[in-house]
Design a protein around this ligand. Sequence first.
Ligand SMILES: Nc1nc2c(c(=O)[nH]1)N=C([C@H](O)[C@@H](O)CO)CN2
Length: 118
Amino acid sequence: MDIVFINDLEVCTVIGVFDWEREIKQKLIFNLELGTDIQQSAKTDQLDDTLDYKAVSHAVYDFVEQSEYQLVETVAEKVAEMILRDFPVSWLSLRLDKPGAVSVARSVGVKIERGNRL
Ligand SMILES: Nc1nc2c(c(=O)[nH]1)N=C([C@H](O)[C@@H](O)CO)CN2
């Protein structure tokens, strides 16, 4: 299995459990490892034959920007479901940071793995 990665994708969105958090937008940062097969595209040198990291990045950005979940867990799960459904990805690792959410920590968040490693 090969990996296409996306680092430090930032999205401002409604996220959080407290009343004040429903009134503002906060930054979420995504780091993704996407399991796919890059061998065909390496032979043909054609974008159509690979996982387009630009297309995935914009799909994640648009999905999260329009979402209004309370927990980072839910955002992570829904983004993982969308990627596995809409792109040629068999397995993924997703780290979601909510920087500044806890005053005594630089960042907090979740990391999940979904799908099957081929
Ligand atoms: N495991 C989680 N813990 C907490 C979350 C969360 O999404 N997952 N969220 C909050 C609040 O929204 C917090 O980010 C506000 O500072 C608290 N704990």
